[in-house]
Design a protein around this ligand. Structure first.
Ligand code: X90
Length: 278
């Protein structure tokens, strides 16, 4: 039996350590008529500069059914992880691909995980699937481990601009306008349905970091894993990491740069962090 984890590119993870077979399926970013594929080798910094200077507009698109199918090809037991179905068609494409793949390979098993989230929280889910596979857990048992784990992971994000989210209809222009003011940052969380929910409006970088940490604790953080994904903001990601480690010195906290799709929506300075509540 061949096991495989497949994720769309919004997990910001293109490779996994260890032996588990892992593939990613790219989303695409269209800026001024040029299409960028969110895959290894994409220059995120150049992409961000292009989108900031864009004159003719920009948009994104989710993976096609065929792209998911290609990534499934050759594996028997597959876990596919997608960005929230509340904001993208990626989950739906993956479900369609699953049905086609199973009809052609009736012995195969595929579980498509709607992360109801993105970035850092997807990474945590992928790491948990990897653990299940390394332990050789039966497929159905792994499914229930993952479902249970998802009840104990959360996503917070801080954004300096919501203009790409608003342009593409993912938040209301009124909300985007407030966050667009100079020095104002939007601190939000993933809602139960996997959509953006405002937690606070913060003034200044320092205040945003302390508010983020206190919001993590309100959501139950007590020293578990944290994955801080950021768009060109290593400095504040490290400050947040240090803030967490000051209270929880043994916490497993990792900083991960956003690749193309998350960079496009998080925009320069944005952070998307996933964490456990145990
Ligand atoms: O299908 C597509 O074209 C992709 C659409 C993705 C839209 C939103 C991506 C958001 C990325 C922004 C903050 C995190 C919000 C997550 C709430 C669940 C990052």
């Amino acid at each position: 039996m061949t096991y495989r984890i497949v994720s769309d590119s919004t997990s910001n993870i293109f490779t996994l350590p260890g032996e588990i077979d892992y593939k990613t399926v790219p989303l695409k970013i269209l800026v001024d008529g040029v299409e960028y594929t969110d895959e290894p080798g994409l220059d995120t910094e150049a992409l961000v500069a292009k989108m900031e200077a864009s004159q003719w507009g920009s948009s994104t698109s989710c993976p096609s059914i065929q792209e998911w199918l290609n990534a499934f090809e050759g594996a028997d037991y597959i876990f596919a992880v997608t960005i929230t179905s509340g904001l993208s068609g990626s989950y739906n494409s993956a479900l369609n691909a699953r049905d086609i793949y199973i009809s052609e390979h009736p012995e195969a098993k595929i579980y498509v995980v709607d992360s109801l989230s993105t970035g850092g929280e997807m990474e945590l889910i992928i790491e948990k699937i990897r653990e299940c596979m390394e332990k050789d857990l039966p497929f159905e048992e792994s499914v229930s481990v993952i479902q249970d784990y998802q009840k104990h992971t959360h996503l917070l994000f801080t954004l300096e601009s919501l203009s790409n989210l608003a342009k593409n209809g993912r938040v209301s222009p009124a909300v985007a306008k407030v966050a667009g003011l100079l020095g104002i940052r939007f601190l939000g969380r993933a809602s139960e349905e996997g959509t953006l929910q405002q937690a606070h409006i913060c003034r200044g970088a320092k205040k945003t970091l302390t508010m983020t940490f206190s919001e993590m604790q309100k959501l139950g953080y007590q020293g578990g894993k944290v994955r801080i994904d950021h768009c060109l903001n290593q400095t504040n990601a490290e400050k947040l990491k240090n803030l967490i480690l000051a209270d929880y010195p043994n916490a497993d906290v990792k900083i991960v740069p956003c690749t193309g799709l998350c960079s496009y929506y998080a925009e320069r300075g944005g952070m998307i962090l996933g964490f456990e509540d145990f």
